[in-house]
Ligand binder design. Structure first.
Ligand SMILES: Nc1ncnc2c1ncn2[C@@H]1O[C@H](COP(=O)(O)OP(=O)(O)O)[C@@H](O)[C@H]1O
Ligand SMILES: [Mg+2]
Length: 341
């Protein structure tokens, strides 16, 4: 009876902590600790994003805090025997399994396997054989939980690294086409065990400029009166921005209207800003994959069609909702360079 009670308590989902009204302590890249107050939370897919008040020299400044927390978000899925992927919430039990895994020295090899699978994909576009489903099901639940937790840790760290690098590479666009990047931060998870490496229990994050505006995918509902020329102007800006991002050496794995924000400026013009670079690759990553092919990045950019994923998708949406056809111009990203053969 008592063990049943313990088990059910261990399986209670970890409560989501990033709500308005909470204060959290962050550490910046220089090791300085400071507190921020959460004043607003956005709906998110993978990374919790909240608006925080920063206290600086007696003044208060708003910023967006985006966190890469393996305990929450849509990365956490388990593939079921019927092929569906179901949410796999973080619990005390999954955390304990992860910690035991780290203690027993089994975490390192699992992380190495995940890194190797990525490398094989990068170098040869070769998908490593995923673990056999039946084998997976035969595994003790505790081991499955531990391996999954290791995978969530790996994937969320990767997204963080990619986003920070993209902000660095796109410095020239900060404050114009993407938010200004203030600092990278870390947040301590509660009760990190003293005998294990700290970084497994740290939530990395970024503090970036808050963009006041609406999501590009809501263009018609936010501006129902248009006029259509204005819709076209805004979608054209989003499309041109995607070209600029590619030309600055960043390929975006998540180019979509939901990741673009539209701001109305005081002079009544509109600005488009791109956010969310958790799936971005840099030119240098791709060059390393194909040293013999000098135009490889440019070919990848042409194949990936980041501008189409904004311009064509929004033109189709506007047509579906209003019947209006937008006339969007798609510049060649790198003139004379075709997609991958
Ligand atoms: N700099 C920002 N300014 C305003 N809103 C933002 C900003 N960054 C993120 N958001 C909001 O938070 C949501 C989630 O952020 P995003 O970076 O897209 O993460 P993910 O898609 O991984 O959950 C966005 O859809 C947007 O509504
Ligand atoms: Mg997003």
């Amino acid at each position: 009876m008592s063990s049943d009670v313990t088990k059910s308590l261990e399986q209670v989902y970890t409560p989501y902590p990033y709500h308005p009204g909470h204060s959290i302590t962050l550490r910046d890249s220089n090791g300085n600790e400071f507190s921020v107050d959460i004043i607003h939370e956005y709906s998110f897919t993978i990374s919790p994003a909240v608006v925080v008040n920063l206290h600086e020299d007696g003044a208060i400044r708003e910023a967006v805090l985006k966190l890469y927390d393996r305990r929450f978000g849509e990365l956490r899925k388990r593939r079921e025997p019927d092929g569906r992927r179901r949410p796999q919430p973080h619990t005390e039990e999954s955390e304990a399994a992860f910690q035991d895994f780290a203690r027993s020295g089994m975490l390192g090899p699992v992380l190495d396997r995940l890194r190797h699978a990525d490398l094989m994909w990068d170098l040869y576009r070769q998908v490593c054989t995923p673990p056999d489903e039946e084998d997976e099901e035969m595994k003790p639940e505790r081991e499955r939980l531990a391996e999954e937790e290791a995978e969530f840790y790996y994937k969320i760290q990767k997204r963080y690294t990619r986003e920070v690098r993209a902000y660095g590479k796109l410095k020239c666009l900060q404050g114009r086409g993407i938010p200004r990047f203030f600092t990278a931060v870390t947040l301590q998870m509660p009760s990190a065990p003293p005998d294990l490496e700290l970084h497994y229990f740290q939530v990395p994050g970024i503090l970036i400029e808050k963009i006041n505006g609406f999501n590009l995918s809501n263009l018609v509902t936010e501006m129902p009166a248009g006029p259509p020329d204005l819709w076209a102007e805004i979608v054209q800006k989003a499309t041109d921005l995607a070209v600029e991002i590619n030309r600055a050496g960043v390929l975006d794995g998540d180019s979509q209207p939901r990741n673009a924000l539209v701001t109305r400026r005081e002079d009544n013009t509109h600005q488009v800003c791109r956010i969310d670079f958790g799936e971005a690759s840099l030119e240098s990553d791709l060059k390393f994959r194909r040293e013999d092919e000098p135009d490889y990045f440019k070919q990848c950019a042409a194949t990936s069609s980041n501008p189409d994923a904004l311009g064509l998708v929004m033109a189709a949406k506007v047509k579906r909702l209003t019947g209006v056809e937008l006339d969007i111009v798609f510049d060649e990203i790198f003139p004379g360079i075709d997609g991958l053969p």
